[in-house]
Ligand binder design. Structure first.
Ligand SMILES: [Zn+2]
Length: 640
């Protein structure tokens, strides 16, 4: 059924708004539109020179070209990733990647390689290694973060940890002393022969700005002073009430205006220089981590791919992306809902748009729930979901659990509940590795809008996935996310671009969207029916319900091959089992097939723990129909 008004009829509010948008925000030296031009490299170079000259923690612009999307793939779609090390289980699961391991030595890593582990990443924890820092220097207290009240604070979720009588202090990644400790850890990681570097809690001090009122330590005050000096002239600073930058202390500046810690906590975003202070912290940690990885590569004398624990949620958690090999992170799976979650699809699709893999675990809260209620059937749907979307949920043999009451504890997933699922992936690697999402539709993620609290695509993504509409996410970066620019060429790959209604694009993107809209290739999101009015139904399921269909395509010399993932969403909360789906049909439109329906000759259905079977294919008026004999949990139909 069509909606009364199609999304095409709605006014393009973002096009009209653009005329009144300032090109350069007060806290920026370079507008995104300038950033995309040749002017960017000059501005970046100048800023890099300033940053080098002043040294310390000054945050220069990330020195990076326009090719952030082009990075060698580290993770294969068929990889089986462990969060923590356990050589006794490598073979059972078919482990190929160590995601988050601690302090293995050279001999151990060589042994892992011999047992099939291709990528052994070693982890440095920017917030979890407080014990190491306390042992590292008797002056450790000087490296602690300070909040607006001038007090040190602990990492909130490590409240149950102690070392030598000290709690888990949150140390400042802008402190030269703490950086010395981290540098020593990096040297050990490189000396161990690790293939990749993982950083847990890589946002360090920047991650404490918006909720823990940090950081006002002397090193951050010095760094912020230098940040302001490198970006603004004296007249601009005087306008903000900064008379003398040489003696400027942001904390003191606010206190002189009568700001109390309580007010700071409640009104931070509205206070003078708040945006600049956050910008300073984000750039500072991004630059530090980027330099940390480069230093690792210098020490190693070769590539050292970087992975971080970022949930991809919001611009602050994406700023590191251009420097990343892949994400290795925690994603919320809403275990307590006892439903097959669609929430992770947002991270998977956004990561595709960023050209990075997501090796993920669920959140500490999710695993605590699974541990308490013993729900391997639910966890298996999480794993299948990740692989269906081209990413890798870690094998759940040892997962970090956390609740406010119990603190840290562990879930050791029973091997027999999970190994067959991961073995299925390993044994059919050729159904995963070279396949990309088949997507006639693209959804626009715009970082510039997101930083203004606009342009969210989470609901759009969830709604499209729920309705089996195949789509991609295309990413427009900005000065926090350089190297991602959408062009007409990007958009030519899709039949339609979907744009959030409240988008606040910069002038360059607005012009592109205007042109695309005039040619009928971009629409403002309203609902699925409006999309279907334009594209028809690229995927349709007949004869049953609650089946998620994810078509993936591999382009080869003999024409495209499809791997169509079928996931049963009929999970029975009461007994942790799937409600099997009866026989049904899947119809794929020419948009998804990529070649004429009649050229597909063979369909083979693969599923865990059963032999592959051939299934019937039939050309129909609007594409190709697959006869699926039923669905237990997860199947893949290969179309050749
Ligand atoms: Zn600090």
């Amino acid at each position: 059924m069509l909606p009364r008004t199609s999304c095409l009829d709605r006014p393009l509010s973002w096009v009209r708004k653009i005329a009144s948008l300032p090109c350069v925000r007060p806290s920026r030296l370079v507008s995104p539109s300038v950033a995309a031009s040749g002017g960017k490299r000059v501005a970046v170079a100048v800023r890099a020179v300033i940053a080098l000259a002043i040294g310390g923690v000054a945050a220069g612009e990330t020195v990076l070209g326009d090719d952030a999307a082009e990075t060698p793939r580290v993770i294969r779609r068929s990889d089986v990733v462990f969060m923590y090390d356990n050589p006794a289980l490598y073979e059972a699961y078919g482990c190929t990647v160590m995601g988050w391991a601690g302090r293995a030595d050279r001999e151990h890593i060589a042994g892992a390689h011999q047992k099939g582990v291709r990528v052994f990443a070693s982890s440095v924890g920017f917030r979890t290694e407080f014990a190491g820092m306390i042992d590292f220097s008797p002056r450790f207290a000087e490296a602690r973060c300070l909040n607006f009240a001038g007090e040190p604070f602990i990492v909130p979720w490590l409240w149950d940890h102690k070392h030598k009588g000290e709690p888990a202090w949150w140390f400042c990644t802008n402190s030269p002393l703490y950086r010395s400790y981290l540098r020593q850890r990096l040297e050990r990681v490189v000396a161990s022969g690790a293939d990749a570097l993982h950083i847990d809690d890589y946002t360090g001090t920047a991650g404490a700005v918006t909720w823990l009122d940090a950081c006002f330590c002397p090193d951050c005050m010095k760094g912020f002073r230098e940040y302001l000096r490198s970006r603004y002239d004296a007249a601009q600073l005087r306008e903000w009430g900064v008379a003398d930058l040489y003696a400027f202390d942001y904390g003191a500046f606010l206190r002189q205006q009568g700001i109390t810690p309580d007010r700071y906590h409640k009104e931070r975003t509205k206070l003078p220089l708040a945006e600049a202070f956050l910008d300073f912290h984000v750039r500072s940690v991004t630059d530090f981590v980027a330099e940390f990885r480069r230093e690792g590569e210098r020490l190693k004398g070769g590539p050292l791919p970087l992975a971080v624990n970022s949930n991809l949620n919001g611009p602050m958690n994406l700023a590191i992306t251009p420097h990343l090999g892949y994400f290795c992170c925690e994603l919320d799976h809403r275990a307590a809902s006892r439903e097959v979650p669609l929430q992770p699809v947002y991270a998977y699709k956004l990561a595709d748009g960023l050209h990075r893999s997501v090796t993920s675990t669920a959140s500490g809260g999710d695993w605590a729930y699974i541990n308490e209620h013993r729900l391997p059937g639910l966890v298996r749907t999480w794993a299948a979901l990740s692989y269906a979307f081209g990413h890798n949920l870690m094998a759940p043999h040892r997962m970090w659990c956390y609740t406010q009451q119990k603190g840290t504890h562990w879930y050791s997933g029973p091997t027999e509940e999970y190994v067959w699922l991961y073995r299925f992936v390993r044994e059919h690697a050729d159904l995963f590795d070279a396949f990309e999402a088949a997507a006639p539709l693209a959804v626009l993620y715009d970082n510039h809008s997101q930083r203004q609290g606009k342009g969210s695509i989470q609901d759009i993504v969830r709604t499209l996935a729920d309705a089996n509409v195949p789509f991609a996410v295309v990413v427009q970066g900005d000065d926090w996310l350089p190297g991602y620019r959408i062009t007409g060429e990007t958009l030519a790959r899709y039949r339609l671009l979907v744009v959030p209604a409240d988008l606040q694009p910069d002038s360059e993107l607005a012009a592109l969207l205007q042109a695309e809209t005039e040619q009928g290739r971009a629409v403002v999101w309203s609902d699925v029916a409006a999309i279907q009015a334009r594209l028809g139904e690229p995927v349709r399921v007949q004869g049953t319900d609650r089946v998620l269909v994810v078509p993936r395509v591999r382009t080869g010399q003999g024409g495209s091959t499809l791997a169509v993932h079928l996931l049963n969403r009929a999970y029975r909360k009461e007994d942790d089992r799937m409600d099997p789906r009866p026989p049904f049909q899947v119809l794929l439109s020419p948009d998804v097939l990529g070649r004429p329906a009649e050229t597909f000759r063979k369909a083979t259905l693969y599923a865990p723990r059963v032999e592959p079977v051939e299934v019937r294919l039939q050309g129909v008026e609007k594409g190709l129909q697959i006869e699926v004999p039923g669905l237990d949990f997860w199947s893949i139909v290969e179309l050749q």
